[in-house]
Design a protein around this ligand. Structure first.
Ligand SMILES: NC(=[NH2+])NCCC[C@H](N)C(=O)O
Length: 410
């Protein structure tokens, strides 16, 4: 039997993927909450959903089974039974700021009065104060800022299923994320892996769990082969988390090389996959803006050292580093926006480098990045472009919006 998670590359034919259909969480906030929630605009929900359904259909038409985070989460809680559901809720409330107390109790009662699916959707969508027939009378609540409309914030970034967890080999990392706006997200994946009948007790390896202080996100974790990973040192992933996961992988898996790639620490390029993705055995997209003079960039190739320690090799020629790690004679680095500074900047902002390979040389991209798409076609790739006007407002593209669970081996 194949493992429910099996991902040995970025490009093997995509067999099973997990998505999250955007719902009320992407519009249940005001402009002043946007920076904190990591959004630059508020999507128009009906169109965002249409676009997302288009994305899911494209994947299905190409032979991929599409699973949904929201559905798996509810099923996992039902599979786990009453105690699991109670514990999940306790943890979610604690991470939302309510370890105990009157508000905790009122929220718990409110959420438990719903079906499991409605409860999950409600937690994802956010709980407003005016939904509950309850005004907290304790000092903590009274002393707090009263105008804030939410008891529990919405989680608008959930449709970027790539980030809270990442499939690697026959296992995954469940991530401690950087910003508070996203930290609760990975609790859903932890619950699915532990209790959903499709995943529980199937020998899955958790290479690193969410109980850490150091930060890592799936947008930075790229599976280049069954031996090599690339991980971004970015706004969202810290060097110490990379060392930690490298040590675990070297000790327990067939992975023996991690290429750490340092990218600018900013919102436009928050993850490695916003500036660099693998799309074929010897082809990558790369945003020219991350390469310094002469095309150089800081990379550290990490390999197992003595007594569980790590060896580091610092190099700046990305192309050569990749060629060496993947045993390739040549390699095609395709620049976002064809290298034009205006187009590259604009199309990178709209996730023009954030391609999802669904087979070697076959990629799903946003249709709005037409210059980059045309260039990919010129380089021999099959490009399937999907609708993107509203989805792109969350600052993530097809790779961010998908968590591959099973890919065919190459
Ligand atoms: N893998 C990715 N590039 N994900 C994009 C995530 C975008 C999201 N708004 C965030 O800032 O977290």
């Amino acid at each position: 039997m194949t493992s429910p998670i099996h991902v040995m590359s970025e490009i093997g034919k995509l067999k099973v993927v997990m998505l999250k259909r955007p719902d009320v969480e992407v519009e249940n906030f005001t402009p002043d909450m946007m920076p904190r929630l990591l959004f630059d605009d508020i999507p128009y929900l009906p169109i965002a959903q249409k676009e997302h359904d288009n994305f899911a259909n494209v994947l299905r038409e190409n032979g991929t089974e599409v699973l949904y985070l929201e559905k798996l989460s509810a099923e996992a809680l039902d599979d786990g039974g009453e105690e699991v559901k109670q514990n999940f809720l306790q943890q979610m409330l604690a991470e939302s700021g309510y370890v105990a107390g009157v508000t905790h109790d009122a929220l718990k009662e409110y959420l438990l009065s719903m079906s499991t699916q409605d409860m999950v959707n409600k937690i994802m969508g956010g709980v407003r104060k005016n939904e509950l027939d309850f005004v907290p009378a304790d000092l903590v609540s009274a002393a707090e800022e009263n105008d804030y409309p939410f008891f529990m914030d919405p989680m608008p970034n959930l449709y970027f299923t790539r980030d809270p967890a990442a499939s690697i080999g026959d296992g995954l990392s469940i991530n401690h994320m950087t910003f508070a706006a996203r930290q609760r997200e990975s609790l859903f994946m932890e619950t699915i892996i532990k209790y959903h009948h499709r995943f529980a007790n199937k020998g899955l390896n958790v290479w690193r769990d969410r109980n850490h202080d150091t930060r890592i996100e799936g947008g930075d974790e790229l599976v280049l082969s069954d031996h090599v990973l690339a991980i971004g040192v970015s706004q969202r992933t810290s060097a110490d988390a990379i060392e930690d996961i490298a040590k675990n992988l070297f000790a327990k898996s067939h992975y023996d090389k991690v290429i750490a790639i340092k990218i600018p620490h900013n919102h436009a390029m928050m993850h490695l996959d916003t500036v660099f993705t693998m799309i074929n055995k010897d082809q990558f997209t790369v945003h020219p803006g991350i390469l310094g003079e002469g095309g150089h960039i800081d990379t550290w190739t990490i390999t197992p050292g003595k007594d569980g320690e790590l060896n580091l090799d610092h190099r700046t020629d990305l192309k050569q580093v990749l060629k060496d790690a993947l045993n390739l004679d040549d390699l095609d680095l395709i620049p976002t926006g064809n290298g034009d500074p205006i187009i590259a900047g604009r199309e990178q902002w709209n996730d023009g480098s954030n391609t999802l390979a669904i087979a070697p040389g076959v990629v799903v991209t946003y249709n709005r990045n037409y210059v980059s798409n045309e260039l990919l076609r010129k380089h021999g790739l099959k490009v399937i472009d999907v609708l993107s006007s509203e989805l792109s407002r969350g600052r993530g593209g097809p790779r961010c919006m998908s968590m591959p669970l099973v890919r065919e081996d190459l």
